[in-house]
Write a protein that binds this ligand. Structure first.
Ligand code: PHE
Length: 448
């Protein structure tokens, strides 16, 4: 019964579309420039691309293998493949991580909603940095706007999940994601032709090797995991919907390419524009939410581009939130016999309650701080830079060392129908390269 529900979700939405929808989101357009800005720009980009090439595809494939082999949620998959062991705890950690991400991801998703409303009345575009800053600060310090927007956003996500209009989303995203890409390309041209864009471009593209240290490497690793939605059960859950015939490796490659392209273009837009407008690359959230409205203020047709852009950003963020919800909901349905609707409602209510605290921590008067950092930043850092990476490492160890080699190869070759050198390479990376690389980075961090 529950299985049929899950199967339906999977077959309707189309797994690669769903997985790419999960990967492409605020992580690419909002988080990537901020993390890159805080970690030296070009140096970060270089490390990010290296990690992506080395580990990205293999980690997605490893999660797909677990999910497709077991045809279960993140916890159930480990239970089925390694009964009576502690491995299901890795799946459970994934469910907790997914829930945690929902609480802070929806904060930023809520901001996109606020920016959409204000774009309609055309009161976010402009050319004055002080006004932009004041606008953004007014939003995060308001006593109701960010909470209302966040709650509305989570409710919208839950309604979509309950109504089961995934088909609409799939069709919608096939049209809307290319439009998002076109708008990004238009913004790219505008940004690169601004006076003073060169400095920002150099910051983003020219690696300064002296800036590379273990923290930059961990941030890049965390960003790769966050951006590709790995290390918390999403790709295990989506993997369970993939048909036995599909090629896991080529699906993972497509997802990586889409995801990286969007992040790279976002960086190429934000840094040149930010520098041209006098915004420092380390400005944090304001980097994106102040730079873009100023860029729209400099464009012909800026009103429309601005409105459409924030609508598309909201949509990109909904498809990611859906995938996070799906991890929690599939777990509640399959492991605790919840009905799908009740599981969704429970996740909705609990995430709004926790989410409000997270959003509150960004208010300038808030005392919700841990070691001087806001709750928002702490959760973001702990999930991306630690939980997801550790869980990703356990996933590759599981696939490389705990699962039967014959099963892994069977999944990689889709029942022996796809033979390619790439499969062997991916297997080698999963078994040796990925765990060793991650361990080295962490040991270095501890010794630092
Ligand atoms: N990958 C998404 C993004 O880049 C965020 C996400 C993380 C979604 C983890 C699902 C799981 O926006």
């Amino acid at each position: 019964m529950e299985n049929t529900n899950r199967e339906k979700f999977g077959s309707k939405i189309g797994v690669v579309a769903a997985a790419a929808g999960s990967a492409v989101g605020l992580g690419n357009i909002y988080r990537f420039p901020i993390v890159a800005g805080n970690n030296g720009g070009g140096a970060f980009l270089l490390i990010y691309l290296l990690i992506l090439l080395l580990l990205g595809v293999s980690l997605i494939v490893a999660e797909f293998i677990i999910g497709r082999r077991a045809a279960k949620n993140a916890v159930g998959s480990f239970k089925k493949l390694a009964p009576k062991t502690a491995w299901p705890a890795v799946g459970f950690a994934g469910v907790v991580t997914a829930f945690t991400i929902i609480t802070f991801y929806s904060t930023v998703s809520g901001w996109t909603l606020d920016y959409i409303c204000r774009s309609v009345f055309d009161n976010i575009r402009g050319d004055n940095l002080e006004t932009m800053n004041a606008n953004f600060n007014a939003l995060i310090n308001s006593s109701w706007r960010p909470y209302l927007c966040q709650a509305l956003f989570i409710i919208m996500t839950a309604v979509i999940i309950i109504l089961g209009v995934q088909k609409g989303i799939e069709k919608g995203s096939k049209i809307m994601m290319p439009i998002l890409l076109v708008i990004l390309l238009i913004l790219l041209v505008r940004s690169l032709t601004l006076n003073g864009a060169g400095e920002g471009l150099a910051f983003f593209l020219k690696p300064d090797f002296s800036k590379i240290n273990v923290d930059v490497i961990i941030s890049a690793l965390g960003q790769v995991f966050f951006s590709l939605s790995i290390g918390m059960g999403t790709m295990i859950t989506y993997g369970s919907y993939i048909s036995k015939k599909d090629n896991l490796v080529s699906s993972a490659v497509s997802i990586c390419i889409c995801d990286t392209m969007v992040a790279f273009i976002a960086g190429m837009i934000i840094f040149p524009a930010a520098m041209a407008f006098g915004i420092t690359p380390t400005a944090g959230p304001g980097l994106v939410f102040n730079t873009l409205p100023m860029l729209f203020g400099q464009m012909h047709g800026g009103y429309f581009f601005c409105l459409i852009f924030f609508v598309l950003l909201a949509i990109a963020s909904i498809t990611s939130l859906i995938s996070l919800f799906e991890v929690v909901v599939a777990y509640l349905v399959e492991e605790h016999s919840f009905r799908r609707r009740n599981a969704t409602l429970l996740t909705l209510i609990v995430s709004i309650v926790f989410g409000i605290f997270v959003t509150m921590s960004l208010n300038e008067h808030s005392t919700l701080k841990i070691c001087g950092e806001t709750l928002f930043d702490c959760l973001d850092m702990i999930t991306a830079n630690y939980l997801m990476i550790i869980s990703g490492m356990l996933v590759v160890l599981f696939v490389g060392w705990k699962m039967k080699k014959a099963d892994t190869i069977d999944e990689l070759s889709s029942g022996g129908t796809i033979r390619s050198l790439f499969n062997d390479l991916v297997y080698f990376v999963i078994k040796y390269v990925a765990p060793i690389a991650i361990i080295i980075i962490f040991v270095k961090k501890i010794l630092d």
